[in-house]
Ligand binder design. Sequence first.
Ligand SMILES: *[C@@H]1O[C@H](CO)[C@@H](O)[C@H](O)[C@H]1NC(C)=O
Length: 492
Amino acid sequence: MAAVAAATRWRLLLVLSAAGLGVTGAPQPPNILLLLMDDMGWGDLGVYGEPSRETPNLDRMAAEGMLFPNFYTANPLCSPSRAALLTGRLPIRSGFYTTNGHARNAYTPQEIVGGIPDSELLLPELLKEAGYTSKIVGKWHLGHRPQFHPLKHGFDEWFGSPNCHFGPYDNKARPNIPVYRDWEMVGRFYEEFPINLKTGEANLTQIYLQEALDFIKRQQAAHRPFFLHWAIDATHAPVYASRPFLGTSQRGRYGDAVREIDDSVGKILHLLRDLSIAENTFVFFTSDNGAALISAPRQGGSNGPFLCGKQTTFEGGMREPAIAWWPGHIPAGQVSHQLGSIMDLFTTSLSLAGLEPPRDRAIDGLDLLPTMLQGRLTDRPVFYYRGNALMAVTRGQYKAHFWTWTNSWEEFRAWISAPGRTCRASPPTRRRSTPSCRWSSTWDETPGRGSPSALPAPSTWTHFARSPRLSGSTRRPWSLDSPSSMCATGRS
Ligand SMILES: *[C@@H]1O[C@H](CO)[C@@H](O)[C@H](O)[C@H]1NC(C)=O
């Protein structure tokens, strides 16, 4: 009797749970929260060794999750790296790349009219299939004309700007950058959204924080899985902070901005715990490119021990702070030496949502879940990028660069796929990352054109910071003994 009753109860439970699934669909996939910083460097967080230790919340996030010291962006500039994150593809595939006319493909300044093509499938478009509601808060930077609007590319909500907060401008050709709420322009930087260049005061981080908190609360109340892309820009020059944070850092105004961001991340994670959705929310923190040395020290961050910064494909421009957090799933206090890429956030997010990456195109991101959940290291396929008209090849745990000038994607692809074009990577020989690379100004001069082993000995390397062909500037010889001569870059 008792056994029959138990069996009936069990069958009843099965029926009930099946009915539950019928109503709500599959069990709800985790929320996805990607926190993307602007021009923040590898060395800016306490957990990465920044000596003033002013990021207690981010340091705690790392202690509760997984730290990735070998995490890279896909391009050392805002627009291409953002395109890479949202498409899971090398930015050159979607038409984003940098040349020595830096601004050309960074969609700054305002008169530049390009943007993300319709043919690209962005993460929020794909997440819709799994029932996600998506919002971007902050900087979009993938085109400011109507056809490039984030709501045309999968996002359901937007609060932020299509471009950098440079300014103030007061002419028709170059007006102040607008701020949008969804489809509507609600004001402009320096006008309705003041940024005081003299004092560094702006309330934007607080506004962006509020947008994040409100969105999370609304989605939680509606029991909808969400994707929040929190792409804030306080650490991009001109750096800013709100009054309670101004003057509070040992690092100056840049540090004030970092402190306010750290405080905001603390509040976001706190809300997730308060709402009891922390264990169902995957959070990843990283930056779009390395610190802008041209703005340092007052308005730029730190790339730790690494060479150069933003706008260069040296480690300082490409290697980013990166923290994954998902309590109850990613074991606390882990450091992974997995070679990670911002493009992996695309593939990993799809995997979290139970979706497959698109099969009709090349996807360059890897699924990092085996790394995060089981501590596995994945030997990633070669990837390469073109920036400042150079390319780099990365394999396994180490990175070697082979640089060449190419004028077209076809030329570039032909180069990389030539027979015997394999990259034998070697470990960095000292803490400052040693670039096994050479600038060249012509196709014929390209090192390793025949085979990578044809690279000249390091003592004979000569670096040229600019392509005479593209910018008309003069060649600047460079040696490993005076690497900083390589770092100077133009504004973008
Ligand atoms: C920031 O907000 C405070 C409080 O509302 C206000 O007093 C201050 O003027 C605002 N600052 C800027 C730069 O908008």
